[in-house]
Each structure stands twice: as structure tokens, then as C-alpha cells.
Write a protein that binds this ligand. Structure first.
Ligand SMILES: Cc1cc2nc3c(=O)[nH]c(=O)nc-3n(C[C@H](O)[C@H](O)[C@H](O)COP(=O)(O)OP(=O)(O)OC[C@H]3O[C@@H](n4cnc5c(N)ncnc54)[C@H](O)[C@@H]3O)c2cc1C
Length: 295
């Protein structure tokens, strides 16, 4: 069935200040419009009926990727395809490139933005698990000025974030990985273009054979993407040199991640299946990172 859009007013902002002023003026009636790949689908299905759309695509300089020697700054309007193609992302933040590569189809990646991916606050948002393991922050601007929200405090519930009504995401700030650290993102979906049934990002930092730090973040297995901290505790500070011990510890971490997840049953998969996927993805992620570190 071809679904039409509900009626709405439309205005275009040409600066961040103008967008914030329009958000303040129209209040709850207004919604930001970036690529529209999430928003228009929701509007067609009447899951949201905003009276006023504020197009932010004309705001200059929000679509750039820059690295200042210590951290990466990704503008909110950066296309998924732009992240996939970025040399600095590919070289220093490979895990973000991995997330971009598996998000939707080429058409979606050519229109959808990273700001939209985060603001939409889907439990399966592709960039959330990698950004959680990287310790990223979301930069936003509203009528009371600019603030940085740690990504772990950004997602509140499905579709809800800690953004205030008059705030706009302007970018994402990602600190460099510590020297020697590595990070991987794994997603399971039925077809390549589908959203994740379960996903996991794993970050690991070794000091010789000892796991000095580890971060494990999960997507699509709870109301918001989250860190599996009990799983991390299974291996943080442990010597992962002797094979038998290592296998036991990795299995314990993967199982703890599955136990920490609280997925729902839906048309994509049952909760029990999703927990099994978490165990598999986390186990595989840890094994691959350890193999890469020792190569
Ligand atoms: C066929 C299809 C496949 C998809 N596959 C995937 C997938 O595999 N993985 C995945 O994660 N997603 C997927 N998506 C969802 C979507 O494409 C992405 O989440 C995309 O990054 C959204 O970006 P957008 O610019 O299109 O957001 P929009 O649709 O424009 O906006 C989404 C929401 O964010 C708000 N918003 C947008 N930008 C800002 C901003 N700068 N500040 C404040 N609020 C803002 C809007 O008001 C809206 O509520 C898919 C969508 C489709 C249609």
C-alpha cells in the first residue's frame, strides 16, 4: 500500500541559530528534518505527525569530518557515505567505517546523516555501539548555548534522547583511541539492508598479555544501546595469554553480555535468539581483536 504523508508546514534554516530559533518558536509542533530516511517513514506510518518540519540541510559546515591531532569531529549532517569514504575515519577509527558500511543500502547511506541516526534513538542505531566504546560525546546547541552530552547519557528510551526541545545536534566528538587499542563492530541482520537483530562493538587495550581495558557495547537488545559492564569485568585486568584460561574467560564474557541484555520478542527475532546472537557476536569480536593484536 502506498502511504501518503500527513500535511505539514516546512521551513529551511540556514544557520544553527536560525534552526534553534525556529525550534523555540514552534515548540512541540516542530521536528528537525535532515536526510528524512527515518522521519518520513515514521510520518507515513503516522508514528509521528509533526505540524512543522525544519529543514537543516542548508546549514553550512555541518557536513565536515575533521581531525585535530587528538580527536575526530564529525558534523551532524555528514552523510553515512561520507563516513564510509573518509580517509581519516578508515585509518584511525576503523570501527566507525565498519558501522557505516553495514548501515542500510547505498541509497540510504547517500541521504542519511549521523546526526539523524543518533537523534532517532533507535535501539538498533548503527553508530551507537561503536561510539559507546570510543567514549564519544554528542555536541548540541540550543537557545541556552552549546553543550557536550557523553554518548552514554544521550539515549533515554526508544525514540527519546536527552536533547532539549530547542536543541540541535551539531556534531559528534570522538577522542583518539589510546596507542595500541583496537575496536571492532559486528552486526547480525536477516538481509544486509535490514536494521540489526543484534549488534556489538568491542574495544580492547592490551599491556603485554594483560587486558588493560575493554569496553563492550550492545545494540538492538535493550530499550537503548548500552555498555555490557559485567561482561567487561570478566576480562579487564586478566592475563589472556594461556589458551585454556583465555577461552574460559572469553566464553564467560560473551555469556555475561548475553545475560546482561534484555531484548524483546518482535518480528525480527525472539529474545532468546537475540541473547544467543549477543553471545556469538561478543565472543567473535573478542577473538578477532585478540588475533589482530597478536598478528
Ligand atoms: C530502508 C532503510 C534501511 C535502514 N537501515 C538502517 C540500518 O541498517 N541501520 C541504522 O542504524 N539505520 C537504518 N535506517 C535508518 C536511517 O536511515 C538512519 O538512522 C539514518 O542515519 C537517519 O538519518 P537521517 O538524516 O535520514 O535522519 P532523519 O530521518 O532526517 O531524522 C531522524 C530523526 O532525527 C532528528 N534529527 C535529525 N537530525 C538532527 C539533528 N542534527 N539534531 C537534532 N535532531 C535531528 C529528526 O527530527 C528525526 O526525529 C534505515 C532506513 C531505511 C529507510
Amino acid at each position: 500500500m502506498l502511504l501518503g504523508l500527513p500535511e505539514f508546514e516546512f521551513s529551511s534554516a540556514h544557520s544553527v541559530d536560525e534552526a534553534c530559533a525556529l525550534l523555540s518558536k514552534h515548540g512541540e509542533r516542530a521536528t528537525v528534518f535532515a536526510g528524512g530516511t527515518d522521519l518520513l517513514v515514521k510520518m507515513k506510518h503516522r508514528r509521528t505527525i509533526p505540524a512543522h518540519l525544519i529543514n537543516i540541510k542548508g546549514i553550512p559546515k555541518l557536513d565536515t569530518i575533521a581531525h585535530d591531532g587528538h580527536q575526530l569531529q564529525i558534523g551532524a549532517l555528514t552523510l553515512i557515505q561520507g563516513i564510509e569514504a573518509s580517509q581519516v575515519v578508515g585509518k584511525k577509527f576503523r570501527v566507525l567505517k565498519q558501522a557505516a558500511e553495514v548501515l542500510g543500502t547505498t541509497q540510504i547511506r547517500n541521504v542519511g546523516t549521523i546526526g539523524g541516526n543518533l537523534a532517532n534513538a533507535s535501539p538498533s542505531a548503527e553508530f551507537a555501539p561503536p561510539l559507546l566504546t570510543l567514549g564519544a560525546s554528542v555536541r548540541c546547541v540550543g537557545s541556552s548555548g552549546e553543550r557536550l552530552i557523553p554518548i552514554g547519557e544521550f539515549f533515554l528510551s526508544p525514540g527519546k534522547t536527552s536533547l532539549r526541545q530547542d536543541e540541535l545536534i551539531t556534531g559528534v566528538q570522538v577522542p583518539d583511541l589510546p596507542s595500541g587499542a583496537d575496536c571492532i563492530y559486528l552486526k547480525h541482520s536477516l538481509r544486509r539492508m535490514d536494521v540489526a537483530i543484534a549488534s556489538a562493538a568491542v574495544f580492547i587495550l592490551f599491556d603485554g598479555d594483560v587486558c588493560r581495558d575493554v569496553k563492550i557495547a550492545l545494540g538492538a537488545v535493550g530499550p537503548v544501546p548500552f555498555r555490557a559492564k559485567k561482561a567487561e569485568q570478566c576480562i579487564r585486568g586478566e592475563r589472556l595469554g594461556a589458551n585454556a584460561v583465555e577461552t574460559t574467560l572469553l566464553e564467560a564474557a560473551a555469556q555475561a553480555a548475553a545475560d546482561e541484555s534484555f531484548p524483546i520478542d518482535d518480528f525480527r527475532g525472539y529474545a532468546t535468539y537475540r541473547r544467543k546472537l549477543v553471545r556469538m557476536l561478543v565472543g567473535k569480536g573478542l577473538e578477532r581483536l585478540i588475533a589482530r593484536t597478536r598478528a
